[in-house]
Design a protein around this ligand. Structure first.
Ligand SMILES: [Zn+2]
Length: 397
């Protein structure tokens, strides 16, 4: 940013755009198309080309827009990526969560840090990229439904693979206080449904208790959890070092004296390596289909056990020679590498060969909370990073 003046303008513009973005109530699962159109308009006016990918009902949209290099070089294109959805709001906010409110050095609103702040910065900076002598493409990637187990991003990434956009660097601007995050565990969530046969509790042999079979299933999960500990990789960078597993809830039954015909179990696992997820699911499915289900069917042939995948967020693996981390380190001077306990879309980009880093403005401490905010100074830091990217993306010729 060459002068004080442009720098102020840029910052004010990012606050203005963030205010607009917060006003779109893009709660996960809901229509986000107006927000996407808003972003698309801004970028199109600057000469960007773009394409959209959709969910099945075409209600939720991913946008991928590109400012083309004017002097193409062999530098890898850069993808600036953020999710457009926000988590729902609970009661107790001191301000309207969908009206950005600036108080002192903070801006309050749902999505302020997670992660419309980053998107606003990229849109505010886009005019500068568009005027620059870019020697590599700069892409803007805005996805839907990250918060509900990354539903949108895989649809976009499939398309990127088809279009051959996989030799690239991706910066995912989740709130990290602009620190470099280069790994996290996967996060797989499931609900397993059990259906048996109701009956009078005085004749347990005539019914099939879904609750009892669910309990056995839960026991198996706990047994497998111990196996996951044994599988812990030697040089694991995570805390705890092994894949974890947790039972979130068991729901079933109506009365003391009624055999429960329905029950479901919510559970999740956070694999440190993909193989652990495969191991766990294989063992578990085998137990359910070869031990529990035949037993249930002996009494009631229509019994079933169905495991529903709520979401399988791919883990993000540390890459010791990451182009993405190097780029950000060079620009921010931060040479640290950290792991986090929350999931992101990073593993999905990484999976198709894109060098990826998670680094963005704001703190995860304020995400998903009442009175979510972003410290305004974080936006300035993010704009500085984007300015640094410009410096690394212009031809000197
Ligand atoms: Zn987020």
């Amino acid at each position: 940013m060459s002068t004080e003046n442009t720098s102020d303008q840029l910052f004010n513009n990012s606050v203005k755009i963030l205010t607009d973005l917060i006003a779109f109530k893009t709660i996960s699962g809901e229509d986000n198309s107006s927000l996407i159109n808003y972003c698309d308009e801004i970028l199109k006016k600057l000469g960007a080309t773009s394409f959209k990918t959709f969910d099945n009902e075409k209600r939720r949209v991913n946008l991928f827009a590109t400012l083309k290099a004017k002097h193409p070089s062999n530098k890898k294109p850069i993808i600036l990526s953020g999710h457009t959805d926000v988590v729902p709001v609970s009661k107790g906010w001191n301000t309207d969560p969908f009206v950005a409110t600036v108080k002192n050095d903070k801006l309050f609103g749902r999505g302020a840090c997670d992660m419309k702040g980053f998107i606003a910065c990229t849109l505010a900076f886009a005019p500068i990229y568009s005027k620059a002598n870019l020697d590599r493409d700069i892409h803007f990637s805005y996805t839907f439904d990250e918060e509900t187990a990354c539903i949108g991003a895989p649809i976009l990434i499939e398309e990127l693979k088809k279009r051959g956009v996989n030799d690239a660097i991706c910066i995912i601007g989740e709130p990290t206080n602009m620190k470099i995050i280069d790994a996290h565990k996967g996060c797989y969530e499931y609900t397993t449904y059990f259906e048996g046969l109701a009956g009078h509790s005085s004749a347990p042999h005539k019914g099939v208790s879904a609750v009892e079979y669910a309990s056995r299933y839960v026991n198996k999960l706990i047994e497998l959890r111990e196996k996951l500990k044994e599988r812990s990789p030697k040089d694991s960078i995570f805390d705890p070092p092994h894949s974890t597993l947790s039972i979130g809830g068991i729901f079933g039954g109506i009365a003391h004296n009624v055999i429960a015909d329905k029950c479901h179990v919510n559970w999740e696992t956070r694999p440190v390596v993909k193989e652990d997820g495969v191991f766990l699911n294989t063992e578990l499915d085998k137990y359910a289909n070869e031990i529990l289900l035949p037993d249930m069917k002996k009494v009631f042939p229509n019994s079933f056990i169905t495991k529903k995948i709520i979401g399988e967020v791919t883990g993000f693996d540390r890459d010791k020679k990451s182009n993405a981390c190097e780029l950000v380190s060079n620009l921010t001077g931060d040479n640290t590498r950290e792991v986090v306990s929350f999931g992101t879309e990073a593993g999905l980009f990484q999976e198709i060969g894109i060098s990826t880093v998670v680094c963005g403005p704001g703190s995860i401490e304020q995400a998903h909370k009442i009175d979510e905010f972003i410290v305004l100074d974080e936006l300035k830091k993010c704009l500085n990073l984007l300015d640094g990217i410009k410096g690394q993306s212009i031809s000197n010729k």
